[in-house]
Design a protein around this ligand. Structure first.
Ligand code: GAR
Length: 222
């Protein structure tokens, strides 16, 4: 059997993206080993999902540390117990320090609920509706020191429905996320995608643009 990429998933909340990873690994579609699920919040429901799936969990509350750097050092030292080869940020609502990003250089993935470079930051769904865009979606990218600015790997886009609320749009975007995030992480795990010289390399070539998948209103790949 081929060796599976040891993966740590970092969450702060519900963990529906984590669940998508768990389901794909369980069904044999995803060649990652989910080594540990880490949360900065003890009541994150994603921890329950991990325990139910038999995945080790760890939790450190950021409020107990005087600054970002000391919290991040504690997290890295905890995570390194599992020697992760890939870190998957799945709704981990913390800005990472430069030292943390450097410690795991080229090994951290994030999913951001917008078609980056449009709408970095928070409250993306309402901002997209306010802007009157026709398309919205989510982006899987490597993490660098620049917030939501690292090289993009895969985007899932879907059309905006006239009159929908930010909550309705968020739910449709999440359906897309549950498909694109495990897929892109699997590519990294198998070496098809890598971070080199500050760029995402896809199938052996530097990629200026991410791969884009288009989904219909219901979040089904077209
Ligand atoms: C996801 O929609 C993800 O895109 C977003 O948090 C959600 C977590 O949901 N991430 C960010 O906004 C990062 N800036 P989940 O806990 O159900 O997976």
């Amino acid at each position: 059997m081929t060796r599976r990429c040891k993966t740590a998933i970092l969450i702060s909340g519900s963990g529906t993206n984590l669940q998508a990873f768990i389901d794909r690994v369980r069904s044999g579609e995803l060649g990652l080993e989910l080594s540990v699920v880490f949360s900065n919040k003890p009541d994150a429901y994603g921890l329950v999902r991990a325990i139910d799936a038999g995945i080790p969990t760890a939790c450190i509350e950021h409020g107990q540390f005087p600054d970002r750097e000391s919290f991040d050092r504690a997290v890295a030292s905890k995570l390194d117990t599992w020697q992760p080869e890939l870190l998957v940020l799945a709704g981990f609502m913390r800005i990472l320090s430069a030292a943390f990003v450097a410690h795991y250089a080229g090994k951290i993935l994030n999913i951001h609920p917008a078609l980056l470079p449009r709408f970095p930051g928070l409250d993306t769904h309402q901002r997209v509706l306010d802007a009157g865009d026709e398309w919205h979606g989510s982006t899987v990218h490597f993490v660098t020191e620049e917030l939501d600015g690292g090289p993009r790997i895969l985007q899932g886009r879907l059309p905006i429905i006239g009159g929908e609320t930010a909550e309705q749009l968020a739910a449709r975007v999440q359906r897309v996320e549950h498909q694109i995030y495990p897929e892109a992480a699997g590519w990294v795990g198998e070496g098809r995608v890598e971070f080199r010289d500050g760029l995402a390399w896809i199938d052996g070539a530097p990629a200026d643009e991410p791969i884009v998948q288009t989904y219909d209103h219901d979040g089904v790949l077209t």
